[in-house]
Design a protein around this ligand. Structure first.
Ligand SMILES: [Zn+2]
Length: 147
């Protein structure tokens, strides 16, 4: 079901990494949050409990696969999983790598900025983010038939 004036019904939401009939994985490439990945349910559902049990499991399995690859490749001190949707009430999960010296640590990335980061820091993390995107693409290329 499509909702009128829903940006995630109308647009992919960033670089498409993988998509199947139910969900898609997106790299939004937000400058200050390198490596942030979103898993977006394709159809317009608002809450996890709008999905069937099978679909909830598929969503969380995908989120966990991305989290696992993010841990291995980007080596963050923490990963934040968030499903807010207050601004865009179309079901999506944020998977966010965090470091003690990122712009908002220890607050959520939507909190008040705690510090500036250098271009070198951003460059280093962006390189890791590129590797992560490539790894996710390769994983789903190999396993797509099982999703
Ligand atoms: Zn929508």
């Amino acid at each position: 079901m499509k909702s009128i004036d829903c940006v995630l019904c109308d647009e992919l939401g960033g670089e498409l990494i993988f998509q199947n009939s139910h969900l898609r994985i997106i790299a939004p490439h937000e400058a200050l949050y390198p490596g942030l990945i979103r898993v977006i349910w394709n159809s317009h559902a608002q809450e996890m409990t709008d999905l069937t049990f099978e679909h909830r499991s598929q969503m969380m399995k995908t989120v966990c696969l991305v989290e696992d690859m993010m841990r291995q490749i980007m080596l963050p001190i923490k990963i934040n999983l968030a499903s807010l949707g207050n601004a865009v009430p179309h079901l999506h999960w944020h998977i966010i790598p965090r470091w003690v010296d990122d712009t908002h640590f220890p607050l959520p990335i939507w909190g008040e900025t705690q510090r500036q980061v250098s271009q070198a820091w951003l460059h280093e993390k962006a390189e890791l983010a590129t590797r992560l995107v490539q790894a996710i693409k390769e994983y789903f290329m190999q396993h797509e038939s099982n999703q």
